[in-house]
Write a new protein. Structure first.
Length: 253
């Protein structure tokens, strides 16, 4: 029988990946990416119970062999939020922090920041970091967020937002650094009851167009609190990202 923790870290782990097939089992410096992430989270935030919501026995076997807890979930989920909602029906945490299985440089400070926002009353929270390069700001694989002055998300997009209409033809790093150009980090925290409510809603039109599940929240008139972070991350979305992380490890063993 599982405990009912106040805060639980739940990592959705899906074996299939369109851009990088089987990436969570891709070996980097001698171990699967999934274990790099698991060991990082356990070291950075040991005060929280950690669970993996997996969709394949291969992932479960890797985690079991290293002593990490996992919950088997359906292969049919359309989003990570759906997967962690299923897992939390068993775990029954009051607050859930969703750490991504392909973010091997997540920090304890980021995790505690997210947990603190939902414990303080936010239904859902996430993080953002400043863009520094125009090429990244224009990259559709890097999600952008625009925020209100009090730190609420106004919109998320794969397009460059705010759109610099008068600067787009000569956009440079200096303009991006001087303006509110924020990259969304795919780390979330939820009140457990709100997570269940959210995943019971059908996908929204904007969510389907942008392929961004967090837009379902805004489309249904709910708020998302956003906190800034200046700590770097490396999201592993492609084989090239895996090589970048390999180089990082060689310099930061």
């Amino acid at each position: 029988m599982m405990l009912m923790p106040d805060v639980a870290l739940i990592v959705p782990a899906r074996l299939r990946s369109t851009r990088f097939p089987r990436k969570l089992l891709h070996r980097i410096a001698g171990k699967p990416l999934l274990l790099h992430v698991a060991e990082r989270i356990a070291a950075q935030a040991p005060e929280y119970p950690l669970y993996f919501a997996v969709d394949d026995p291969e992932l479960a076997e890797v985690l079991d062999g290293a002593g990490f807890s996992q919950v088997m979930t359906s292969t049919e989920h359309a989003s990570g939020s759906d997967r962690i909602a299923e897992a939390n029906r068993a775990i029954q945490a009051q607050w859930v922090v969703n750490v991504q299985a392909d973010e091997p440089l997540v920090t304890g400070e980021q995790i505690r920041c997210l947990a603190g926002m939902v414990e303080a009353g936010a239904s859902m929270a996430t993080l953002a970091t400043r863009f520094e390069r125009a090429s990244d700001f224009l990259d559709p694989n890097q999600v952008k967020v625009v925020m209100s002055d009090d730190g609420r998300a106004l919109y998320f997009s794969r397009a460059p937002i705010p759109y610099p209409r008068d600067e787009i033809d000569r956009l440079d790093d200096a303009w991006v650094a001087a303006n509110p150009c924020w990259r969304h980090l795919g780390l979330y925290a939820y009140r457990g009851s709100f997570l269940a409510e959210l995943t019971a809603l059908p996908p929204g039109r904007l969510e389907r167009i942008e392929r961004l599940e967090q837009l379902r929240v805004l489309e249904n008139s709910h708020g998302i609190a956003v906190a800034p972070t200046d700590q770097p991350t490396i999201g592993i979305d492609t084989p090239e990202d895996a090589e970048r992380f390999t180089r990082y490890l060689s310099k930061n063993p």
